[in-house]
Design a protein around this ligand. Structure first.
Ligand code: NDP
Length: 310
């Protein structure tokens, strides 16, 4: 019998209880899932999302892994009390949702939907949008989410450039990597999608200099993390016309404060951190598989590298 602590913001347990119980059962794991610590030394696994009140992992002396419900682990990876292996979430449902958000917002800008949807006067503007094959989209981050989005965009026939830390080969995507690989990617990008984790290396990556590498009027989509962009530089680039539009889902401060200039800027679209989320039905199977692996002495899936920060 393994003992699992579910530590997450209030309300999530109701969503996860049934799928997690079922997934563990299907994986052949006899488990007791608790939502209060009791004797922390007796806990074998911690299913974790920030906001559940757990910040000190020291007493979990017998825990074999901390299994994050979220893909982004920036708020926990640097926790000095966390000595147990940490795994992030790679979830098919999360990926599907992100692909839909990214392709939807790319198509909005590519096809110029705003011209017709937001028109307040009669207009007969017969500008025909270019084909996707004539539009270059750059996806920064080619991990679980970035790669899926890049592939979906390529399937729509966009010309897709990808950028990652290490060399990656993705069929149909023109892949670049490393600090020196960023400029050629941004210089060609009509639309840029940020799907990088927040780490010390990516913090403020999209600053005034990187924005100046973009073609005039490029569109920025940020469903990654708010800290990837220098907000003041993005506003300045919008005002200067360097950026044509910014569609932002994530922010340095969430909820985005009511007086933040992003809310009122005519060429900024704010979505309230809803690009995608972990879906309990599929995520529960990922958690159960990792518990099964650990119990069988097999390597954990999606283990976070503390030194890299993701
Ligand atoms: P992964 O860890 O699978 O992928 C991260 C990618 O970023 C990898 O390709 C990695 O490169 C690249 N990367 C990391 N650091 C650098 C760097 N310094 N320079 C260049 N490339 C870098 O993450 P996911 O795809 O699962 O998720 C990405 C992010 O999406 C999450 O961290 C989270 O912040 C965000 N997210 C947002 C959601 C929302 O609703 N808005 C929902 C879920 C996640 P390499 O391949 O070389 O390792």
């Amino acid at each position: 019998m393994v003992r699992i602590l579910f530590s997450a913001p209030p309300g999530l347990w109701a969503e996860y209880r049934a799928p997690l119980t079922r997934a563990l059962d299907e994986a052949g794991i006899k488990a007791e899932i608790v939502t209060g610590t009791g004797d922390p030394a007796a806990i074998d696994y911690v299913v974790f999302a920030p906001g559940g009140g757990l910040s000190d992992f020291t007493p979990f002396t017998g825990a074999k892994a901390v299994l994050s419900l979220w893909a982004g682990v920036e708020t926990v990876v640097g926790n000095p009390t966390l000595t147990q292996p940490l795994c992030r979430m790679v979830d098919a449902g999360l990926e599907e949702g992100m692909v839909e958000w990214v392709t939807g917002h790319v198509l909005r800008h590519h096809l110029g939907f705003d011209r017709d949807i937001c028109a307040t006067e009669p207009h007969w503007d017969q500008r025909v949008p270019p084909l996707a094959r004539d539009r270059t989209v750059a996806v920064l981050g080619l991990g679980a989410l970035g790669r899926a989005c890049a592939e979906a965009l390529a399937a729509l026939r966009f010309r897709v450039l990808g950028w990652s830390r290490n060399p990656r080969a993705v069929p149909g995507i023109d892949c670049h990597h490393g600090a020196e690989g960023l400029r050629p990617v941004l210089e060609q990008a009509g639309i840029v999608v940020l799907l990088l984790p927040r780490t010390p290396e990516t913090e403020g990556l999209i600053d005034a200099e990187r924005l100046s590498w973009l073609p005039e009027g490029a569109v920025l989509l940020n469903p990654g993390r708010g800290a990837l962009i220098d907000e003041a530089a993005v506003l300045a680039a919008l005002d200067a016309g360097r950026l044509g539009h910014a569609t932002l889902d994530v922010f340095r401060t969430e909820p985005l404060p009511p007086d933040h200039p992003f809310w009122r800027h005519p060429r900024v679209t704010v979505t309230p951190h809803v690009a995608s989320e972990t879906r309990p039905a599929s995520a529960a199977r990922v958690i159960a598989e990792n518990v099964r692996r650990a119990e069988a002495g097999e390597p954990l899936l999606f283990r976070v590298d503390r030194a890299r920060g993701y």
